[in-house]
Design a protein. Structure first.
Length: 352
């Protein structure tokens, strides 16, 4: 995985523009409530495993905050378990909820001479420049988890969920409930990322198309349970009527139910309020199974094996059959979910 001389010259130039993301293992840079953390837990000087030359394959992995949600925790652990010395990788990790901090981390990884930059972007926009720098430097880019708005020639592969389909599946399920009217509290995730956009667009489209569908409120809770609880509480305090809570992840759906509990409002199957979430945490699927929630949409966090397969093919000089790999996903409702579904598709703890 040797770089050409011109690539090394570019990398050296990039080094002068680096800020914020330190190179030591476990370094954390604070920025308000967000942080960028770099972690070299997968690094090793052992060259007994790895690519075709016998060297370890050097990867820089940029992801969101591991504490963002149960989904993100599972995603981070899956990557850490795969990209290890034992599996032939020298891996470094960086975490941030902010695009600019992620871009700074990407610059550092390019400067460090990683062979592959693995990216789950905080935002869909703003990546063309740094990905062009990576391409010039000979660093191959693989997207995972989140799509971005960038030319396809700037990355090798995109291993992602179809967030738009997740939203469509959920909205189609809600349509099938045939309510006389839909008065919806829509709790959004972090604005601007692919999950939020896909899960929002499907609902917005249906609300615009059918006068029986009404958004009582549409607010971002940034994947946070407490923020979601506050949003629902404010609607309850206003006296506005609602019969659906469409939360764009399980933690926010869980937070929403706390406000309903406090107000003694019933929810779940056959109750006053339909509860919908996304991500398939075990606690959420358990709530669906017990008819406390009505629906939960899957978002598959286990992407490391797909990424590893792509890297191994590229290392052998093989051509990828497809540039975009869409993960298979489904939705679960209280009428059809089984214990086997919880065991097979659930992530995290069984209760919360």
């Amino acid at each position: 995985m040797k770089k050409k001389l011109i690539s090394m010259m570019l990398i050296a130039c990039l080094a002068f523009g680096l800020v914020g993301c330190g190179g030591d293992s476990g370094t954390t840079t604070n920025s308000g409530d967000n942080k960028t953390t770099t972690d070299n837990t997968g690094s090793s000087s052992d060259d007994s495993k790895g690519g075709s030359s016998g060297d370890l394959i050097k990867v820089g992995i940029i992801n969101l905050d591991p504490n963002e949600s149960g989904y993100r925790t599972a995603n981070v652990e899956d990557l850490k378990n795969k990209f290890t010395k034992e599996n032939g990788y020298d891996a470094s990790f960086a975490y941030s909820k902010k695009n600019d901090e992620q871009i700074t981390a990407a610059k550092k990884f390019i400067n460090d001479g990683v062979d592959y930059l693995l990216l789950s972007a905080a935002d869909t926009a703003g990546w063309d420049g740094i990905l062009q720098d990576a391409k010039t430097a000979g660093t191959r880019v693989i997207l995972f988890d989140r799509t971005i708005k960038a030319s396809e020639d700037l990355y090798e592969a995109s291993i992602v969920s179809d967030m738009a389909k997740e939203g469509e599946t959920a909205v189609n399920w809600l349509k099938s409930q045939n309510l006389d009217e839909y008065n919806i509290i829509h709790i959004q995730g972090e604005m601007g990322n692919a999950a939020q956009i896909g899960r929002t667009e499907a609902l917005d489209k249906q609300v615009k198309a059918d006068p029986k569908w009404n958004l009582v409120t549409q607010q971002a809770a940034n994947w946070n349970a407490e923020n979601a609880q506050q949003i629902v509480q404010s609607v309850i305090d206003s006296g506005k009527k609602f019969n659906v809570i469409y939360a764009e992840n399980d933690d926010m759906a869980n937070g929403a139910t706390k406000a309903l509990d406090k107000a003694n409002k019933s929810y779940g199957v056959g109750k006053d309020v339909i509860i919908m979430g996304f991500d398939c945490n075990k606690f959420a699927l358990r709530n669906v199974f017990e008819k406390k929630w009505n629906y939960d949409g899957q978002c598959n966090p286990f992407q490391a094996s797909y990424i590893d397969e792509v890297i191994q093919k590229l290392e052998k000089g093989e051509t990828l059959a497809e540039k975009t790999i869409i993960l298979e996903e489904k939705g679960f409702d209280s009428e059809t979910i089984t214990e086997d579904d919880i065991a097979k598709y659930g992530i995290g703890a069984d209760s919360k």
